[in-house]
Design a protein around this ligand. Sequence first.
Ligand code: SF4
Ligand code: MG
Length: 329
Amino acid sequence: LPAALRVRDLDVTFTGRRGTVPAVRGVDLDIAAGEVLVLLGESGSGKSVTARAVMGLLDPGGVQVRSAQTVVAGHDLTAADPEQVRKLRGKTMALVFQDALSALNPVLSIGDQLGEVFRIHRGLSRRAARAEAAELLRLVGIPAPDRRVRDYPHQFSGGMRQRILIAMAVALGPRLLIADEPTTALDVTVQAQILQLVDRLRTELGMGVLLITHDLGVAAEIADRVAVMYAGRIVETGTVAEVLDGPAHPYTAALLRSVPDLAQPGDRLRPIPGSPPNLLALPSGCAFHPRCDRATEECTVTRPQRRALAVPGRSAACHHAEEAVDAPV
Ligand code: SF4
Ligand code: MG
């Protein structure tokens, strides 16, 4: 199978009355079929913008999207027009949002909403489409699907609605599933169930998954690999074990120290000092330097390029990355 996603040097720039915002800079992404890449970072770091740029879902007014290469499941979208990208949405790549309630139509039964995809794309009758919809509900673990296709969104719990959104996204067998904070609104138990569902579907359907989250616990649960974003750039990549057990970038390390879920017994939680950067007025040199406990003179002057580390697949954008990483095993 071709890679689910390959992106090279993605830039997204917003232009408005307040000026020019470099929302995303130089982003590279690689997701193999069946692989889960978690894009991790604080809100405002450019994760959602990256996802929407890949999906062609940014409002064209006031935004410039440019990449050296964007290939989704063998389809080269590098110079594609919006119409070509639109044609791949749903069939080849699909997006799951956070807010299931507002993404569903309150006055249509779930069977009719799910079935619409099959009526439009496969020309099925209403009855046949509803039967397919019930199959999808079964696939995502909704009990009594033949009966529940007749129900409306408000008759389902938040977790069940999120399952329905996932069902809708995978209806046409996309090769790439992008999920933007899909579990944020859910309680912890339901979150875990939704992650297990995504994990099962990527195996059963062989989809690559780009999962966006600010939650390290979510990353630890499901990621194969992790890419950490800060101020619109990827600052670290590696396998989930490499990144969470031995972060190379001080921002990743600070993120790990700031959350209770992953702290080791005896660790003291420490919030990251300072606040996320203003993209309209980025600090000189390394954008993280005002918050970094390892910053040197060089960091305030020269922006660190992301570079490969000794372990294949690992990279970091930090002048002092090697000082943090344990010797490769
Ligand atoms: Fe910190 Fe310097 Fe590395 Fe930036 S380049 S993360 S300021 S040590
Ligand atoms: Mg977001």
